[in-house]
Design a protein around this ligand. Structure first.
Ligand SMILES: [Zn+2]
Length: 372
């Protein structure tokens, strides 16, 4: 049998924990070269791993600003820069929190500022009328860093985003029309002298699976009312190798359960398969929608045994554990959703006893909670 090709361009957050380096807090001292050169490697960025990720979907409003909030942005210079046109007298804002690494006059970019951010990126603001910040100064997202300049009677900022001294296409991260940051997780991977940028389409899974939650199910689900044959623990005999929850700047959206390779994975409840196919870094992915308002997601399978549209029973084998996608070891990445809200699978199952919890799941303030 032909082995299914691994889809390797994206990343599951749980794996990020294991593989990604976390970028150290930014220092406020810089070498003369760092203060002089716009394009320069960021020390320590790839010290522990050749990749790091940023979850832009989890940033608060106060943690991001478009450099010229009322400006009109267009790509320039072969997509390396954004030219953001505005009115004279406008002020240029820092995109994220960070420390000013360079603030000087450059032959090409005129008055230019480079800010190093703790998320590993650097941003460049050029053609300024006047720089308002100094090297070593800490700045907040949205803080004014320069007066807008420009040339030939036009007021604009030449803006760029860099990773390790290399410019990336700003449109990968920003919606140019709305100025909004795209809500996505992005992986920056060093390969030779280049930086490969991979975008996780995770949010698309959410749209697909989550919004179509059964509208007839109520916002309450008393798990005690489920009979023995109406539920099944998805991977009996497993141990938890990574819990659900936040890991630094990364959100682990499910729980990682491990037994052995090619072990049977069981449908948690009766339901209908709404997706069964390879999905980026998740490898072979299955979504089952259950009539009780729950939805369960299974990924990294070596094999998926079910097809989209297929009805399954609780305890039916849906696939085998594997390490397709981005996984360092064969395991099941298991996610749970109630009425469109993702929640910790430990609120559904006790992983130690492999039993269904005896409480009621309710949605309060948009969050799934357990009620006795
Ligand atoms: Zn995981």
């Amino acid at each position: 049998m032909k082995k299914r090709k691994k889809i390797r361009n994206l990343l599951v957050c749980g794996v990020v924990v294991v593989m990604m380096s976390s970028f150290a807090p930014v220092k406020d001292t810089f070498t003369p070269a760092e203060q002089q050169q716009i394009s320069i490697e960021t020390p320590g960025l790839f010290i522990r791993s050749n990749a790091f990720s940023v979850d832009f979907g989890s940033l608060k409003n106060s943690e991001y600003s478009f450099p010229l909030p009322v400006g009109k942005a267009e790509l320039a210079d072969g997509n390396a820069n954004l030219k953001i046109t505005t009115k004279k007298g406008d002020v240029v804002k820092a995109m994220f929190d960070g420390v000013v690494r360079l603030s000087r006059k450059d032959g090409k970019l005129g008055n230019v500022i480079v800010i190093r951010h703790s998320n590993g990126l650097e941003t460049v603001y050029g053609d300024n009328g006047e720089n308002l910040v100094k090297v070593g100064q800490s700045v907040k997202a949205g803080q004014s860093v320069a007066l807008v300049g420009g040339r030939e009677g036009r007021a604009y900022c030449t803006f760029a985003i860099m990773v390790n001294g290399g410019r990336i296409n700003p449109e990968t991260l920003i919606e140019l029309a709305s100025h909004r940051l795209r809500k996505q997780e992005v992986v920056f991977r060093r390969s030779g002298n280049r930086i490969a940028v991979a975008v996780s389409r995770k949010e698309k899974i959410e749209e697909k699976g989550y919004t179509a939650s059964n509208p007839n199910a109520t916002n309450r689900l008393d798990l005690r009312k489920l009979k023995e044959q109406e539920w099944a623990y998805p991977l009996p005999g497993c141990k938890v190798i990574s819990d659900y929850g936040r890991r630094g700047r990364c959100m682990h959206t499910g729980v990682d359960l491990k037994t052995k390779p090619n072990d049977k994975i069981y449908a948690a409840f009766d339901g209908e398969v709404t997706m069964s196919r390879p999905y980026y870094g998740y490898g072979n992915y299955i979504i089952i929608k259950h009539p009780n308002g729950l939805e369960t997601h299974y990924s990294h399978q070596s094999r998926n045994y079910v097809k989209k549209g297929q009805k399954v029973k609780a305890g039916e084998v849906v696939g085998l554990t594997g390490r397709t996608g981005r996984a360092t070891t064969p395991h099941l990445h298991f996610e749970t959703v109630f009425k469109g809200k993702r929640f910790n699978p430990a609120q559904l199952f006790n992983h130690a006893t492999k039993q269904l919890r005896s409480h009621t799941l309710v949605i309060k303030g948009g969050i799934v909670k357990a009620e006795k």
